[in-house]
Design a binder for this molecule. Sequence first.
Ligand code: HEC
Ligand code: HEC
Length: 503
Amino acid sequence: MSKTVVKVASLILMVVSFIAYIAGVSAFPIASENLLPWSVWFIISVVVNIIVWSSVMKLLTFSLAVIWFYAFVAGLVPESSTAINLTSLDWSDPESVAEQGAAIFNGKGQCSACHTVDPSAPKGRCPDLTDIGANAANRQPGLDAKTYLIESLYEPANYLVPGYGKIMPEIWKAPIALSKLEIEAVIAYLQSQGGEIDPTPYDEPIDRADPGTVAAALPPLLTGDPALGKKVFVSAACISCHAVKGIESPAAGEGSQDFEVVTAPDLSEIAAFNDMRYLEESILKPGAQIVSGYGAVTVKANGATFQGTLVSQDTEQIVVRTKKASGEEEEHTILLTELDEEPIEELANLKANGYFTLTLTPADADASVSGEIVEETEDSVTLKVGDGTQTLSKTDVKTLLTIVNFDGDEIVGSVVSGTLDDDELVLNVDGSEEVIDTFDIEDSVFTRAFGKKLLVTSPMPENFPLLLSVSDLSNLLAFLSTLTGAAATAEATPADATETSAE
Ligand code: HEC
Ligand code: HEC
């Protein structure tokens, strides 16, 4: 009697869990992460059925188990390669839209190649998106969360998260090329991270029909030979810094390079999420966009100089990794307010030179003005002072002149009249005017302002445009375009896929 109950119950459980697994119902009996996923219920019931039933039912159970196994294995293949095609979104169930968005985030969208959603993850090349649903509302004054997310996905360069370069691809363009529905689902997923999902429809801020906006393959790609490009990658010593799966890296100190080998991004999957224009620019103008966490920096703070890698940067502080002579690495967290103000001789290209604050004294004022640099033109600079801004001339400023005469004496004063080209000039030194004979001056330095500076440069050599011939470059780009990680993802997925299917 009781054996019949077990038989029938496990048969029912097997059929139900089979159907539930194939249909993708989330968990048993209500959605909760603590309960067993359907795949586990199914396996339990198969085992029980094979023990308790007669041989015919054993065979049937076994056949069902085989069918299920194929479905299970197919489920391990990443979304990106099974190319899910969204045709509509069911906004009556925003959570399920967010789930579809999560699958795109981790698959076709390539977002997880750059972004983490884990506050404990090490600070990487791209911002961690934990709580982005809530944070998106405070990113840009006047933009609500959804508008901000729309902007950051369609036009990522419009607003950059402090400390990050223009690395994020326009994900609606090739090679990622998400459709509008896919982007809507991703936005729902991002909003579900600490915020409210807002189903309001929106118009895309871009024109997909305009051929100019769709990234076309660059001519070099059409002509280059990937096999030759792979050779260039090795002979031009890209491999000394960049790892690529399948190419052996030279042993440390091997070869005669005229640059310092540094840690650089792994390029095994670089073409999966970057277009060819970005890759070409990375080689020809390495400084144009610097991948966060890899830039080189020299800063002065509290009188000391730190030279090393800028590990991370936000609105308040930076982390710089330096190397001691012994080879040991050290990380220093430095508040931006702790950076020293450095004297500035020429008030030109301040921002390009890394200055972000400025202190100067207008020629007709006694007190100096100081603030964050908001905008700069050739002859003026706008500073954020208190709650407002102030635009100051770059030429009408009080200038300090430090001179050393032939006796080795140093005099510092502000220039009242005259220039170094005149026979005499007048300096105000500690409130009293002094006439200086310019023929006595051995050395002089003008200080027009003081500023705090954070200049990040790329450690990648800048001479590739000279070293590489046109055909080398086109072959190299053709080779880079093959680095989509297609082979690598197949290896890496089982673990990821089981994680997501168990949710
Ligand atoms: C090649 C790397 C890369 C890929 C791929 C990428 N991003 Fe980004 N993303 C970045 C970087 C770098 C930033 C910071 C600079 C900026 O604001 O554009 C960023 C910024 C963002 C922001 C703004 C974050 C904030 O804190 O304000 C969001 C949202 C975002 N990405 C979402 C996505 C989504 C969704 C995808 C996939 C469809 C994606 N990203 C793919 C690199 C990437
Ligand atoms: C001295 C070490 C070094 C050498 C040699 C070097 N790179 Fe780089 N490269 C870097 C570093 C560091 C970065 C990250 C900082 C940046 O964005 O400039 C980088 C960035 C890149 C990027 C952008 C990567 C990303 O994740 O967005 C590409 C593409 C690239 N390099 C290609 C090349 C190619 C091709 C060569 C050979 C012609 C080469 N590099 C040689 C150090 C190097």
